[in-house]
Ligand binder design. Structure first.
Ligand SMILES: O=P(O)(O)OC[C@H]1O[C@H](O)[C@H](O)[C@@H](O)[C@@H]1O
Length: 548
């Protein structure tokens, strides 16, 4: 049995109305679960108890319990790269680190201590810039997994930012992105953290190169040597210490990563340095503690009460059972506006696959297309389609109960909109209801008949609502870990390797290859790899350059 068998169980669900399921007075109570300070309401999903049975059977058949244990124990789950998948150990207590990593645990513990000292020294002003000033700005350079985690947490945790220190993240290779940062930064008080697991990523190396040039140029009149400036202002996080050193970074300032930490799961490692520099060690540790609390729940809770497992199974039900192709992530907090982008990466880069772990073509679909935006902005844009196109788009609503600002009336409105949208997406509006509303509003019978069809809403859109008591480092850590584990469980059920990303690697490789082709004079280009279309585009680009 695999997910293709789910269609045997979906006939009823495909024709019934989710709202009608609330005839069961206990549904809301029964279809909710709490873990690590988060609350998940999944009563608005299109599912009943008997339909969970084949989902739990699937979990059993793929030995989900065994796979969870194997992941936490450090088995080589990433079989195409022969790597363990151990981001969880980075947020575990030291004794657990030793249990799982053995002798290697010491290097992890030492790195944490070194990172914590850098954070304290920078925040206290013990470590200062080459001009003897306190650092005022942290510029993180990285892309993909070396960017999104830091970005999502920085924007989510603004109330925890240390006064006097500002954070900036630079990812895109477009020089405009760097230019925008330079306009805001003062080189003499900027500390740079270059994050690249491989230290070979084109975008990161190009950006690091221009930032270095900008800083050395701006600090030329200090008459300090470039090496001294770099040693004082630059840190790096990488598994490739040799390449980082070759780039000119001071070996002392390079914090290690390990190949058993995937980029998109690496916030918990020294990749989190820019974040820790801004929010301080206590809050960074609280973030890790929140994630660890979710890890413990995931490891120990029965599947029927296990939040990541339930969310994963509901996703499988929606994708493979009911055939819905996408997933909307709608955080109703301005502070979580980077979350949809972050989850796009973690989910689609992990499970956007079509061969099984043992290399066989799958005859079913895997990761949905993940997209989203913070509420209420999305309501004034793509949510039109969610209400009225024929496509059903399962949705995760995410919300902090406690206001994140002092503007309480705004927060009430935000919360009301969040709850209203999940209700409207589920209940929809029938033709008869639409007509009655028009007539109540004074329309004639003929006018109501003409307009009613335009005002019907399809309804029956399933959703989860995830509540945090408040948005703080602990709950954010738990939330990110919840999604990490959900993605892992889905990968196990789809039987894919969630921890490689050959499609993205192809982009990295091609980017450099095409750059090399473009560097040649047009007449010399003899690329059999590129189509006439791409060659013509390159010609246009080069012609345009000569006219500038
Ligand atoms: O950290 P780096 O080696 O620079 O890689 C940055 C990113 O590159 C690619 O996009 C990978 O698929 C990501 O997982 C990785 O996080």
């Amino acid at each position: 049995m695999d997910v293709t068998n789910l269609s045997q169980f979906t006939e009823l669900a495909l024709t019934r109305n989710i709202f009608s399921l609330f005839a069961d007075r206990e549904r809301s109570e029964n279809y909710s679960v709490s873990a690590a300070g988060l609350f998940l309401d999944y009563a608005k999903q299109n599912i009943v108890d008997s339909e969970f049975t084949p989902l739990f059977a699937l979990a059993e058949q793929v030995d989900l319990a065994g796979k969870i244990a194997a992941q936490f124990a450090g088995e080589e789950l990433n079989s195409t790269e022969q790597r363990a998948v151990l981001h969880t150990v980075l947020r575990a207590p030291d004794a657990m680190k030793v249990d799982v990593l053995g002798a290697e645990a010491q290097e992890v513990i030492d790195t944490e201590a070194k990172m914590a000292k850098i954070v304290d020294d920078v925040q206290s002003g013990h470590v200062r810039s080459i001009t003897g000033e306190k650092f005022t700005d942290i510029l993180a350079i990285g892309i993909g997994g070396s960017y999104y985690g830091v970005k999502v947490a920085l924007s989510a945790l603004v109330p925890y930012h240390q006064k006097g220190l500002k954070a900036h993240v630079l990812a895109n290779v477009d020089g405009d992105a760097a230019q925008e940062k330079f306009a805001k930064l003062n080189a003499s008080t900027t500390l740079v953290v270059v994050i690249s697991k491989t230290f070979s990523t084109q975008e990161t190396l190009l950006n690091a190169t221009i930032v270095k040039a900008w800083m050395l140029n701006a600090l030329a009149d200090t008459h300090s040597s470039p090496a001294d400036i770099i040693a004082q202002h630059w840190y790096a996080v990488s598994t490739n210490i040799a390449a980082a050193t070759k780039f000119g970074l001071n070996a002392e300032n390079i914090l290690p990563m390990w190949d058993w930490v995937g980029g998109r799961f690496s916030l918990w490692s020294a990749v989190g340095l820019p974040l820790a520099l801004i929010i301080g060690n206590t809050h960074f540790n609280a973030l890790k503690a929140g994630a660890h609390a979710m890890d413990e729940h995931f490891k120990h809770a029965e599947f029927e009460q296990n939040m990541p497992v339930i969310m994963a199974l509901l996703g499988i039900w929606n994708r493979n059972g009911l055939g819905y192709p996408s997933l909307a992530i709608l955080p109703y907090n301005h502070a979580l506006r980077a979350l949809p982008g972050y989850l796009q990466q973690t989910d689609m880069e992990s499970n956007g696959k079509s061969v099984s772990v043992d290399g066989k073509a799958l005859n079913y679909l895997t990761a949905p297309v993940v997209f989203g935006q913070e509420g209420t902005n999305g309501q004034h844009a793509f949510m039109q389609l969610m209400h009225q196109s024929a496509d059903i788009i399962p949705t995760d609503f995410i919300l902090s109960l406690a206001p994140t600002s002092e503007h309480l009336a705004n927060h009430d409105a935000l919360v009301a909109n969040c709850f209203a949208q999940s209700e409207a997406l589920m209940q929809g509006k029938t033709l008869a209801q639409a007509k009655a509303e028009l007539i109540n509003a004074g329309a004639s019978e003929a006018e109501a008949n003409r307009l009613a069809a335009h005002k019907t809403m399809k309804g029956n859109t399933p959703s989860n609502t995830i509540l945090m008591e408040r948005l703080d480092p602990h709950s954010l850590g738990a939330l990110l870990a919840l999604y990490e584990h959900k993605i892992f469980v889905q990968g196990v059920i789809w039987q894919v390797n969630s921890y490689d990303q050959w499609g993205v690697e192809l982009g990295k490789q091609l980017g450099n290859e095409v750059l090399n082709v473009m560097a040649q004079p047009m007449a010399d280009i003899d690329s059999e790899k590129l189509s006439a279309s791409s060659l013509a585009l390159i010609r246009r680009y080069k012609n345009n350059l000569t006219q500038l």
